[in-house]
Design a protein around this ligand. Structure first.
Ligand code: 5AD
Ligand code: SF4
Length: 502
């Protein structure tokens, strides 16, 4: 490699964002190019990638490979698209984990099993790195915001080269550059931020649909939840910025947007000129080219009448609402700090159903919160039977260090929690298999997403209510909205056939 004057490179870096990151994307590209050229000449590159892959890299002027593994929620999935965009801009090509020069895990810590999955994969990465010592391994995301995790990684997983958190993911290029330049483990975790850095590259997984962050963080402090500690306080993006991103996506062929936030219903409260979520939806609904709008996640306590009206009146809003219940017991809801009762939740559902009768409702439920009695659990089952959700994500309560619930007495014995969990799951599945078939025989619009893996000549797409439909069709339909007659319900999905446009 040639001589690199790193001091000058750092000194000349712009101070403001996102210019600074664009500068480091370019510098990362230069340093990777230098290394790649050496490896091509020495024959190392051919050994590493194989002839075919190397020819492909050379033809596409790419200078190495990367792999991002994403754990957790849709926010993380969207963050990974941004991370991916930065790496591609720096000249790297997506590849398998086994052959990647740069492996990045975007982690989740909402429940302990999310952490365990990361540790499990790290064990595998360690064996890979022994074989491929040139690999750079990085960890980012929610788990890294926990000091105990970072300590454990620094002590027991010393092969990890780079660790950063949730608040500075926009800095990937700069951190990767430092990693390559300093050849040292780099750890950069911010405790909090009020910065929202926009306008960096992002690589979308689908050309026709995209997530759009409208806010970051959460102020609710539900007593079981670690999210406010690892994602920080609520920060809303300005409506102009969201709308210009959505207009850009539309002009790029995107038809469906998913507005993302931990609690979208409190969107806009902390802006210098406050805007409600319902108002934002009305503005998004005006964007030409966007045909479907989804959003996630709604907190029942902040779901306004105005939002219900917006869902009723705005034609582009999808017929689906994810409305986490967590527990059906008002007593437990109070200790969870959810700020609504069972009765208020049911009343809200009634109002929504009255305004939008064909809406599909889904939810999250936690079983085994500290102190949950059989009577409390029965209340949860009662809500499930009354609301009749299209589907429900059911979770076993997981103790998260630092949350108020983790030090509460009366942790429920594991065997009892498992037994309740099974009962709940059975109830939820039975109801959803009945509910999900309700549109059989009707014609509905489907946004076609992909060719069907299992049946040649079939494509798969989603209804407004988010259910999957498989029907005969060709790949040329991918990305378009087509009318489909739902001929048969298979419980959690439909079979159909294309109908005439009318
Ligand atoms: N234990 C179990 N489930 C949890 N969730 C959040 N924190 C915990 C926890 N400590 C669930 C909630 C939330 C979803 C994203 O994860 O149901 O809505
Ligand atoms: Fe966690 Fe509650 Fe915030 Fe959702 S609303 S992220 S459950 S604290």
């Amino acid at each position: 490699m040639k001589y690199w004057d790193f001091d000058t490179i750092y000194r000349q870096a712009p101070a403001s964002e996102p210019e600074r990151q664009y500068y480091f994307i370019e510098k990362t590209r230069e340093i990777l190019q230098d290394k790649f050229n050496d490896d091509v000449i020495s024959g190392e590159a051919r050994k590493r990638y194989g002839k075919e892959k190397l020819d492909e890299l050379l033809a596409k002027k790419q200078i190495g490979t990367f792999m991002i593994r994403t754990f957790g929620c849709q926010m993380n999935a969207r963050d990974s698209e941004k991370l991916c965009g930065i790496l591609q801009q720096a000249g790297l090509a997506a590849s398998e984990e086994e052959t990647a020069d740069f492996v990045l895990y975007n982690t989740c810590t909402v429940r302990d099993n999310a952490n365990q999955k990361v540790y499990g994969h790290l064990g595998y990465l360690q064996t890979l790195k022994k074989k491929n010592p040139w690999m750079t391994i990085a960890l980012c995301g929610c788990m890294m915001q926990e000091p105990a995790v970072v300590q454990r990684i620094q002590k027991s997983y010393r092969f990890v080269d780079l660790i950063f958190g949730t608040h500075n993911i926009f800095k990937l290029a700069e951190l990767l550059f430092r990693c390559l330049a300093e050849k040292n483990t780099i750890v950069d975790i911010w405790e909090s931020t009020d910065q929202v850095v926009e306008d960096l590259p992002a690589e979308r997984k689908y050309p026709f649909k995209s997530g759009v962050n409208i806010m970051y963080g959460c102020n609710n402090f539900c007593s079981y939840c670690i999210v406010p500690y690892v994602r920080g306080r609520e920060r809303s993006r300005k409506p102009e910025e969201i709308l210009s991103e959505i207009r850009r996506l539309a002009s790029d062929g995107v038809k469906e947007v998913m507005l993302l936030g931990q609690n979208v219903n409190s969107y806009g409260k902390n802006l210098s000129e406050p805007v409600t979520f319902a108002e934002l939806l009305r503005q998004v609904n005006e964007v030409e080219g966007i045909e479907r709008i989804r959003f996630m996640t709604s907190h029942p306590k902040d779901l306004s009448e105005d939002l219900i009206l917006a869902m009723k009146n705005l034609p582009k809003i999808c017929r689906h609402l994810h409305l986490p219940l967590q527990s059906g017991s008002s007593r437990i809801l109070k200790i969870m700090n959810r700020q609504y009762t069972k009765e208020q939740y049911l009343e809200l559902v009634a109002q929504i159903r009255q305004a939008v009768p064909d809406i599909s409702l889904t939810t999250d439920i936690i079983v085994g919160f500290p102190g949950e009695t059989e009577a409390d659990f029965e209340e949860t089952l009662d809500v499930v039977r009354k609301v009749r959700y299209d589907s429900a994500f059911t979770f076993i309560y997981s103790k998260r260090t630092g949350t108020p619930a983790s030090v509460m007495d009366n942790q429920v014995p594991e065997a009892l929690v498992k037994e309740r969990f099974e009962r709940l799951l059975k109830e939820v599945q039975q109801i959803s298999s009945q509910v999900c078939g309700r549109d059989t025989g009707t014609v509905q619009e489907v946004l076609v997403e992909c060719e069907n893996d299992h049946q040649d000549g079939y494509v798969s797409g989603r209804l407004s209510n988010n259910l999957l439909v498989h029907f005969p069709g060709s790949a040329s339909l991918i990305g378009s909205l087509v009318p489909v007659e739902l001929t048969e319900s298979k419980g959690f999905y439909y079979m159909g056939r294309m109908a005439d446009k009318s």
